[in-house]
Design a protein around this ligand. Structure first.
Ligand code: SAH
Length: 214
C-alpha cells in the first residue's frame, strides 16, 4: 500500500533539499522536483530515516537507489525542459523516473531486471506518475520512440553505447557514467547529425550496466 506523505515526511524532504542546495551542485528546477517527490514511498516503511538522507540504499535484486545528490547532479547536467522526450536507462526503484516526470518530461524508462521493472511500474502507477516502462537491455535503447531530446543512464557503462547515440536528437544531451569500478560522469551533446561534444564532470560509483535482461 502507498505510504501517506505526512508533515514529518515533508519536513525531512525540505531538509534534504536545503542540504542539496547548500552543496551548490543542483539547479533550482531540479531541487523543486526533488522537493515534490515523496522519496520514502520508494522505501519499506521501516527505513524511513534512510529515505531522506543523502545515501544510496539497497532496493533488492542487488541494486541500489542512487543517492539524492547524484540524482540532483545528473538531472541538473541533463537540463530537462518540459515536454521533452527523455529516455532513462536503469529504472531501478523508479525514483529518478518520478523526478524527471515532475520536471515535465515525457519519460521512457528501461530496466533489465523483470522484478524491478514490474515493481516500479506498479508503484509509479499508484503514485499517479505516468511514464512508458520497458523491460529490456538499455544498450539497445528504445528505437520505437526515438529520437530523444535527453538520455539519462543511471548505471555505470563500459563505453558510450553507439545505439544510444543514434537515438539522441540533434541538439540533445545524454548524461552517462562511463568507466569500470568508478565512473566519470560524462555529458554527450549532439551538435549536428555527425558531431558530438563529450565532456566529463567528476567521479562517481554506480552499479554496472549489464548486457541482456533477466
Ligand atoms: N534510476 C534508478 C537507479 C537504479 S540503479 C533509481 O532511481 O532507483 C541502476 C539500475 O540499472 C538497476 O536497476 C539495474 O538493474 C539497471 N540496469 C543495469 N544495466 C542495465 C541495462 N543494460 N539496461 C537497463 N537497465 C539496466
Amino acid at each position: 500500500m502507498l505510504q501517506p506523505d505526512t508533515f514529518q515526511h515533508k519536513g525531512l524532504r525540505q531538509q534534504l533539499v536545503n542540504e542539496l542546495r547548500a552543496h551548490g551542485l543542483a539547479a533550482d528546477d531540479v531541487l523543486a522536483a526533488i522537493g515534490r517527490v515523496p522519496r520514502h514511498c520508494f522505501f519499506d516503511s521501516g527505513f524511513l530515516r534512510f529515505a531522506y538522507s543523502d545515501k544510496a540504499f539497497p532496493i533488492g535484486a542487488g541494486q541500489t537507489i542512487s543517492r539524492p545528490s547524484t540524482v540532483a547532479f545528473q538531472t541538473s547536467l541533463l537540463r530537462v525542459e518540459p515536454q521533452q522526450r527523455v529516455l532513462e536507462v536503469g529504472t531501478g526503484s523508479g525514483y529518478q523516473t518520478a523526478v524527471l516526470i515532475e520536471m515535465g518530461a515525457q519519460v521512457y524508462t528501461i530496466e533489465r531486471q523483470r522484478e524491478l521493472f514490474l515493481r516500479a511500474q506498479t508503484l509509479l502507477g499508484q503514485m499517479r506518475y505516468r511514464a512508458h516502462f520497458a523491460y529490456g537491455d538499455g544498450h539497445k535503447g528504445l528505437p520505437s520512440y526515438a529520437p530523444y531530446q535527453r538520455i539519462l543512464v543511471t548505471a555505470g557503462a563500459a563505453d558510450i553505447p553507439p545505439v544510444l547515440l543514434e537515438q539522441l536528437d540533434v541538439g540533445g544531451r545524454m548524461v552517462i557514467p562511463v568507466g569500470q569500478g568508478s565512473q566519470q560522469m560524462t555529458l554527450v551533446e549532439r551538435i549536428s547529425p555527425t558531431e558530438v561534444r563529450v565532456s566529463t564532470h567528476g567521479s562517481f560509483e554506480f552499479v554496472p550496466m549489464l548486457q541482456g535482461r533477466v
